[in-house]
Design a protein around this ligand. Structure first.
Ligand code: ATP
Length: 134
């Protein structure tokens, strides 16, 4: 089985590194599925899940946006924050979700609103990744 090397890197260091059969995720331009030998590509990512198919199972990494760089033998994902599904603290994400929802109800200025919306998206994404909803 052909594989492609994947690294997920954040400012705190690498979060995931493995040779996988397929990488799939949602770019801002739409859903992306990357197999070994894919043409070079750079794409901005949404807050979402990266699915990594490896030896009959699929691993999930939650990413809070960032960039994907594809080369024929290597995929690099650079994200401000990323967590493997099993590393996610669900209680923390539930608290972050609750705080963001409260701030959205408060509806202060546009900047706070946008920040709260993004925090809510990150929290929901973490909860869904930890529940393997992808
Ligand atoms: P919080 O309000 O709980 O800090 P946040 O969305 O503001 O959530 P980020 O700024 O995206 O947090 O991330 C800060 C750091 O904390 C990153 O290293 C990220 O991987 C980690 N992190 C955030 N939430 C969780 C979580 N629920 N479980 C594990 N790690 C988390």
């Amino acid at each position: 089985m052909k594989t492609i090397h994947v690294s997920v890197v954040t400012p705190d260091g690498p979060v995931y590194e493995a040779d996988v059969e397929m990488v799939s995720t949602r770019a801002q331009s739409g859903e992306l599925g990357i197999l070994p030998g894919h043409i070079p590509l750079v794409a901005p990512l949404e807050i979402g899940a990266v699915r990594l198919k490896k030896g009959g199972s699929t691993e999930l990494v939650a990413v809070s946006g960032g960039f994907l760089e594809v080369r024929p033998d290597k995929v690099t994902i650079l994200a401000q924050a990323a967590e493997q599904a099993e590393e996610i603290d669900v209680h923390r994400a539930e608290e972050a979700k609750r705080r963001a929802e409260q701030r959205l109800q408060g509806r202060q200025d546009d900047i706070d609103f946008k920040r709260a919306e993004l925090a809510l998206k990150r929290a929901i994404n973490r909860i869904e990744v930890s529940q393997r909803k992808f």
